[in-house]
Design a protein around this ligand. Structure first.
Ligand SMILES: *[C@@H]1O[C@H](CO)[C@@H](O)[C@H](O)[C@H]1NC(C)=O
Ligand SMILES: *[C@@H]1O[C@H](CO)[C@@H](O)[C@H](O)[C@H]1NC(C)=O
Ligand SMILES: *[C@@H]1O[C@H](CO)[C@@H](O)[C@H](O)[C@H]1NC(C)=O
Ligand SMILES: *[C@@H]1O[C@H](CO)[C@@H](O)[C@H](O)[C@H]1NC(C)=O
Ligand SMILES: *[C@@H]1O[C@H](CO)[C@@H](O)[C@H](O)[C@H]1NC(C)=O
Ligand SMILES: *[C@@H]1O[C@H](CO)[C@@H](O)[C@H](O)[C@H]1NC(C)=O
Ligand SMILES: *[C@@H]1O[C@H](CO)[C@@H](O)[C@H](O)[C@H]1NC(C)=O
Ligand SMILES: *[C@@H]1O[C@H](CO)[C@@H](O)[C@H](O)[C@H]1NC(C)=O
Length: 598
C-alpha cells in the first residue's frame, strides 16, 4: 500500500501524469480494431479483440459521437450464455467501474437491444436502448471483493447484447468509503455539475479519477426539470480547494447555480430507484461576498429532519470561500423521481447556491458460487487445456450457468451437475471433488483419466456417476455400495481391480462394470458354497490318482514276490502305464466338473 501511495503522488506531481495514469487505468474499447491513445483525454485504450474477449463480433456504429471508443461496439451471440470481461483488481481497494453502451445503428427491427449487466454475480442493471445515438453510461463504485472482477453481459430479451467500452479506475484511499461496503456496491445514479460552461461532461484529466460529471445543460427526458425561476449560472476562474474526502474536480467546483429569488429546485429521474442511497452535495462559495452579505439556506425537499433543519452557510461550513463543503446523506431512502429544493433563510441576503451533486444506490452484493466448488471446477478445467470448457468465464452459476455444470438456486449457489463427457480430459480426478456436497450427477466418461476411483464418500446426494471409457485403476471403494441416493454407476472399460462391493450388485443401482480385467465379484455366501463343492471334487480326484497309483505300485510289488497271483488279479491284466492313464482321465473328468460348478 505504501508503495502505491508513493507512486500515485509521483504521478500527480510529474508533468507526464497522463502516461502515468495510463498504467493504472484499464480502458477497453470493446469491438475496437486497434490500440490507440485518445486525443481528447490522452488515455490509452486497448482493443478487446481476441485476447481479452474471444466471443462476439465487432460491429460498426452508424452514428457515433466522435469518440473513438463509440465508433465500434462488440455484439454478442443471442443465446443463454453470459459473456464476461475479467478485470484485475487489488483486493479491498476501491474502484470505479464503468461500462458504456452506444448502439449507433438505426434498426429496421421494431426493438433495440435490451439485456442485463452484471458485476460478478450482482445484477448491476438492465441496459435498455431507446435511442441509437445516446451513450448509456453505467458506473459502479466498488471495493474490490477479490483479485479480479467480472463484468458480464447476458440474458437479452430483445436484440443482441453488446457493449461499447469498459473502464476501471482506482480511487484514492478516502474516497467513497461507506459503512456498508462489505455488503453493498454503489451504483451511480446521478453526478451533476451545476452551472457547467458547456454541455460536455467533465472527466479525466480534469478529474484525476476520471469520474464523469454530467453537465446540467445536457438535454434528456426527465433530467433536471422544474428549475425554479431566478436560477442563475455563475463561474469563477479562482482556484477552489477540494481536498477533503471525495476530491471533486476543481473545474466542477468553479461553476454553480444560484437561486436569486431565494430558491433552487430540480427534479430528475433516478434509474433503478426507489432504493437506499448515498447522496452527496458539493458546495463552495465562489462569489466574493460583501461585508454585509450572507448566504444561508436549508434543504426543503426531500424533507428529512436531520438535514432540513440544518442551516447551510457554505463559507462558514467550509471555513472560507473557495473551499469545498461536502455534506452527505450516507443512507437515505429515495424515490425514482427525485425532487429537491433549497430555500434561503429569512436572515440571508443571498439565495442558495449549489455546485454539484452525486447520488448512488446501494446495491446488495450477491454471493458467488461456493469457493470450494469453484476450486474443483478449476481443477477439472485444468485437465483439458484445449476444450471449450476451459474458456467459460465468470461465475460458474450466475447469472447463467456454464454449459457443463448445473447449480442449485441457493445462496451461495452450489454445483449439482458436472458434464464433461468426451472432453479430452487427461490426468487424475482432483480429490477435492469430495467437497461438492450438492452434486447429483457426475459425467466424466470418455476421457483419458488416470489414477484411482475418485473420492466421493461425502457426496451423499450423488445419483448418477459415469466414469466409463477412461484409464482409471485400483480398487472400488467399499462405501460406493452405501451412497444413499446412487442410482446409476457406469465404470466399464477401465482398469479397476479387486472386488466389487456386493451392495452394488443387489439390483438397486444400475451398475455397469464390464471390461475391467482385474475386477471380480466379492466372495458372497453363494460363491463360498460353490467353492467348497469345487474343492471337494478336486480333492477326491487327487485322492483317486494317489489311490490308483498306490494300487499299481502294490501290484507290481506283488508281481515281484508272487508270480502265481498274477491270474487272480484278472482285472488288472494291462500294462502299468494304462493304469496311470485311467487315473489321469478320472482327474480330467473331475476337473471339468469343477470348472462347470464355477
Ligand atoms: C493492445 O494492447 C494489449 C495490452 O497491452 C495487447 O495485449 C494487445 O496485443 C494489443 N493489441 C494490438 C492490436 O496491438
Ligand atoms: C479481431 O479482428 C479481426 C480483424 O480485424 C477479425 O477478423 C476478428 O474476427 C476479430 N476477433 C474478434 C474476437 O473480434
Ligand atoms: C490521496 O489521498 C491521500 C491520503 O488520503 C492524500 O494525501 C492525497 O492528497 C490524495 N490525493 C489526491 C489527488 O486526492
Ligand atoms: C462566467 O462568468 C462570467 C462573469 O463572471 C460571465 O461573463 C461568463 O459569461 C460566464 N461564462 C459562462 C460560460 O457562463
Ligand atoms: C439503510 O437504512 C435502512 C433503514 O434504516 C436499513 O435497512 C439499511 O440496511 C441501511 N443500509 C443500506 C445500505 O441500505
Ligand atoms: C450592502 O452594502 C452595500 C455597499 O457596500 C450596499 O449597497 C447594499 O445595499 C448593502 N446591502 C444590504 C442588504 O444592506
Ligand atoms: C479556518 O481557517 C483559518 C485560516 O483561514 C485557520 O486558522 C483555522 O484553523 C481554520 N479552522 C478550521 C476549523 O479549520
Ligand atoms: C439444472 O437444474 C434444474 C433444477 O435444479 C433443472 O430444472 C434443469 O433442467 C437442469 N439443467 C440441466 C442442463 O441439467
Amino acid at each position: 500500500m505504501g508503495l502505491y501511495s508513493h507512486f500515485l503522488v509521483l504521478c500527480l506531481f510529474s508533468v507526464s501524469s497522463v502516461t502515468c495514469q495510463v498504467t493504472e487505468f484499464i480502458s477497453i474499447d470493446c469491438g475496437g480494431t486497434s490500440n490507440y491513445t485518445d486525443p481528447i483525454t490522452g488515455l490509452a485504450w486497448i482493443s478487446d479483440n481476441g485476447t481479452i474477449m474471444k466471443y462476439g463480433k465487432s460491429s460498426e456504429a452508424q452514428i457515433s459521437n466522435g469518440n473513438m471508443q463509440y465508433q465500434r461496439r462488440r455484439d454478442f451471440p443471442i443465446d443463454s450464455n453470459k459473456y464476461c470481461y475479467t478485470l484485475g483488481t487489488k483486493e479491498r481497494r476501491r474502484y470505479l467501474v464503468r461500462a458504456t453502451f452506444q448502439y449507433g445503428s438505426l434498426e429496421n427491427e421494431d426493438a433495440y437491444p435490451k439485456f442485463d449487466l452484471y458485476l460478478d454475480t450482482t445484477k448491476w442493471s438492465t441496459v435498455v436502448v431507446l435511442e441509437a445515438a445516446r451513450v448509456y453510461v453505467k458506473e459502479m463504485i466498488i471495493r474490490a471483493p477479490s483479485s479480479s472482477i467480472d463484468v458480464c453481459i447476458c440474458c437479452a430479451t430483445t436484440g443482441s447484447p453488446f457493449i461499447s467500452s469498459l473502464e476501471l479506475r482506482p480511487l484514492n484511499l478516502s474516497m467513497y468509503a461507506t459503512d456498508f461496503e462489505d455488503d453493498f456496491f454503489l451504483e451511480v445514479a446521478a453526478r451533476v455539475n451545476f452551472g457547467a460552461l458547456s454541455k460536455d461532461v467533465i472527466r479525466y484529466p480534469d478529474d484525476p479519477y476520471d469520474r464523469i460529471w454530467d453537465s446540467d445543460l445536457a438535454k434528456r427526458q426527465n433530467y433536471l426539470v422544474g428549475v425554479a425561476p431566478g436560477t442563475v449560472r455563475i463561474n469563477t476562474s479562482k482556484h477552489v480547494d477540494t481536498r477533503t474526502r471525495e476530491y471533486p474536480p476543481v473545474k466542477v467546483m468553479q461553476t454553480a447555480v444560484v437561486g436569486t429569488k431565494g430558491m433552487l429546485s430540480y427534479r430528475l429521474n433516478l434509474e433503478d430507484f426507489p432504493a437506499n442511497a448515498r447522496a452527496f452535495a458539493y458546495f463552495a462559495e465562489i462569489q466574493d461576498l460583501g461585508g454585509n452579505e450572507t448566504r444561508k439556506f436549508k434543504l426543503q425537499q426531500p424533507y428529512s429532519p436531520d438535514y432540513s433543519n440544518a442551516v447551510v452557510n457554505i463559507a462558514e461550513n467550509a471555513n472560507g470561500s473557495y473551499t469545498l463543503y461536502e455534506p452527505s446523506y450516507m443512507n437515505v431512502s429515495l424515490d425514482f423521481i427525485l425532487s429537491f429544493s433549497f430555500v434561503k433563510t429569512r436572515d440571508s441576503t443571498l439565495g442558495p447556491l449549489i455546485n454539484a451533486i452525486e447520488i448512488s444506490k446501494y446495491l446488495k452484493i450477491e454471493q458467488k458460487t461456493d469457493s470450494k466448488d469453484v476450486t474443483v471446477l478449476n481443477a477439472l478445467r485444468s485437465l483439458s487445456a484445449e476444450s471449450a470448457s476451459a474458456n467459460e468465464q465468470g461465475d460458474p452459476c450466475v447469472p447463467a450457468h456454464w454449459e457443463w455444470v448445473n447449480c442449485t438456486s441457493t445462496t451461495p449457489p452450489r454445483i449439482t451437475k458436472i458434464a464433461l463427457s468426451g472432453k479430452n480430459l487427461k490426468g487424475e480426478i482432483p480429490p477435492e471433488i469430495n467437497s461438492l456436497e450438492q452434486l447429483t450427477e457426475l459425467w466424466l466418461d470418455g476421457n483419458f483419466l488416470t489414477g484411482s476411483f475418485p473420492a466421493i464418500s461425502n457426496l451423499l446426494n450423488l445419483k448418477i456417476v459415469h466414469l466409463e471409457n477412461n484409464k482409471l485403476n485400483g480398487p472400488l471403494p467399499k462405501y460406493l455400495g452405501s451412497l444413499p441416493e446412487l442410482q446409476e454407476l457406469y465404470i466399464q472399460n477401465n482398469f479397476f481391480s479387486g472386488k466389487v462391493p456386493s451392495e452394488l450388485l443387489a439390483g438397486k443401482v444400475i451398475f455397469n462394470y464390464e471390461h475391467n480385467p482385474g475386477l471380480h465379484k466379492e466372495a458372497g455366501k453363494k460363491m463360498r458354497l460353490r467353492l467348497i463343492v469345487g474343492i471337494s471334487i478336486g480333492t477326491i480326484a487327487g485322492l483317486l490318482v494317489v489311490v490308483i497309483g498306490s494300487l499299481l505300485f502294490l501290484r507290481n510289488l506283488k508281481r515281484k514276490t508272487s508270480h502265481q497271483k498274477n491270474e487272480v488279479q484278472g482285472l488288472y491284466t494291462q500294462t502299468p502305464l494304462s493304469y496311470l492313464h485311467v487315473a489321469s482321465q478320472v482327474f480330467v473328468h473331475f476337473s471339468s466338473a469343477l470348472e462347470f460348478v464355477r
